[in-house]
Design a protein around this ligand. Structure first.
Ligand code: ARG
Length: 269
């Protein structure tokens, strides 16, 4: 009898261990699938009522995204919040270096990237872009009294840019790698300009205006360097999310939400 009892006990123990083990194992598999594949995560999260959409950005780009204390603010932050709401979920912001955003989208670490990001043919090979929600212009910031008045005057000068941005890419193409210094933030390029380490900064017009307003003795050249479209980056295998975001963008454009958000941050001249 005793023997039988211990046999039953052993069997029960083995069984419960097996159940526990598979349960844990399953969870691990699910977790891996989620982190390896953004698409799986989205499919699952969209079915939940309070899905969380992770937005990858670089919050050093006013007025599109910036931090006030611990709070994230800006046009992209508000547009992404409105999109997440349209899709029945909440927004989580993942702040990172600008040149990490595309990889992070590709790996599914974030669901989408929104960062005043310009649509380019090269980037289109890596991610899909939603329809455009804003226009950006690359401009040139110089110190007041600078002898740089036109784009041609930039020849042979040292130009500061933010690493991995279109300003960085175009400036290296046009003026040569040796003449371009890439900083991790646009604001650092502006500090370098004030310190005389570079003679000009190429950056998007709205952040340029914000940086010039914050720093005395700088001005923006009238000549525009490049005109571009901003859009949201989504992983290539995630056409479902791409369509959902495009639908949301269309609705938010039609009902005036996008214009309202932009007008809140960019005052008409
Ligand atoms: N529009 C430029 C680009 O796409 C600069 C964007 C920088 N954005 C940022 N959040 N730092 O390359």
């Amino acid at each position: 009898m005793k023997r039988l009892l211990s046999l039953v006990l052993v069997v029960a123990l083995v069984l419960s261990c097996a159940v526990l083990f598979t349960a844990c194992g399953d969870k691990d598999v699910a977790k891996n699938e989620q982190s390896d594949n953004g698409a799986v995560e989205n499919e699952q999260s969209e079915k939940k009522d309070n899905a969380v959409f992770k937005m990858g950005t670089n919050a050093a780009f006013p007025p599109y995204e910036y931090k006030e204390g611990e709070e994230f603010k800006g046009i992209d932050v508000e547009i992404a919040t409105a999109i997440a709401k349209e899709l029945g979920g909440k927004l989580e912001i993942v702040d990172m270096e600008f040149d990490s955003i595309i990889t992070s989208v590709q790996k599914g670490e974030v669901d989408f990237g929104i960062a005043g990001m310009t649509v380019t043919d090269e980037r289109k090979e890596e991610v899909d872009f939603t329809s455009s929600y804003a226009t950006g212009v690359q401009v040139v910031i110089v110190p007041e009294g600078s002898d740089i008045a036109t784009l041609d005057d930039l020849e042979g000068k040292k130009i500061g840019v933010q690493l991995g941005t279109t300003g960085d890419i175009y400036a290296k193409d046009d003026y040569g790698e040796d003449h371009v210094v890439s900083y991790s933030k646009g604001a650092d390029a502006v500090i370098a300009l004030k310190g005389g380490d570079v003679q000009a900064v190429i950056i998007d017009n709205e952040p340029a205006k914000a940086f010039v307003a914050e720093n005395e003795g700088l001005k923006i050249l009238e000549t525009e360097y490049a005109i571009e479209d901003y859009a949201i980056a989504v992983a290539k295998d995630n056409s479902e999310l791409l369509d959902d975001i495009n639908d949301a963008l269309e609705k938010l454009t039609e009902d005036g939400t996008i214009d309202e958000i932009i007008a809140k941050y960019i005052k008409a001249e």
